[in-house]
Design a protein around this ligand. Sequence first.
Ligand SMILES: O=C(O)CCC(=O)C(=O)O
Length: 310
Amino acid sequence: MNETTRQHSDEPAYGNVAPLRNRGATCKYAGLADGEVHPVTRAWPAAADASLEELKKHFHQKGFCVISGALSQEDVLELRREAVRLAEHWVELGERAGGFDLEPRQRGFSLARTKGKLTPNDIQKLKELQCPAFRKIDAVPFSQSYLRLACNPLIVSFVRNLVGTPGYLFLSAIFPKVAGLAREKPWHQDASYWKNDWRPSQGIVQTMTVIDPHSPDNGGLLVIPGSHRKDRPHIFDGERKLRLDNEEIEKVRALHLSPGQVLVFHSKLLHASTANRSDRDRMVVYNAYCGAELEFIGKGDRPSLLQVWR
Ligand SMILES: O=C(O)CCC(=O)C(=O)O
């Protein structure tokens, strides 16, 4: 632990969020590229003893909080086993759902981007790939374990306080962030993806369940506490992103989380993630929830969402 950092911190004593400030150096993660700031590990103690009220306060003030104790070690192992099973059967499953994205820089990437619109010839080629590195796997339609995670009583009881009743599963995906291959994700607010189709897009609350030890060394999430209060303009340059201003760069924090912990975050929280250049996977599962008042303003029929609570 970096005691100097802790003394200067004005953050509450939970959340496992490490500041990346290092006077005199540029922030390595501002542009997610250069600079020499090394994140400290565990600048604050774990969240296990935080009360529900403290967690809610942290969520509203900072745009996120961390829940511990929702999953057992066995639950986490089962989710990992299931992810491997789905990955191994990706050709059959992906053909049906189109819910599999590959990491770039590997054979088969361009084919996998066609998502569900595969010709028999493509499918033959994909079968030859066996088990490539995935960026995203849509698991709920195929796995009781992932459906159970989406309905986890502790997670749901917390999130329902934030989105109201009834509550729906807005999206769900495993992000395996495979060792040595997974690319970075630039700074963005997820609400910017949804604002043309759903209103109010901040009515969507997200969770990130940690399967593997999670830090910026292996592709972990970076956040800017308090950034959920502002809508930030994004540019589209191959993908949606934005450039941080100096004030935001000062506030970048890295999340150091353990398997079984759950990050709950606001859909306007500015976040990014590093490329995974380590030899350790960084698997997480994102589940997003919304309430009944979320209005569909996109084209066509309102997509049907799975109701999780009444
Ligand atoms: O898990 C990650 O690496 C970040 C993913 C992310 O923020 C996104 O796809 O919107």
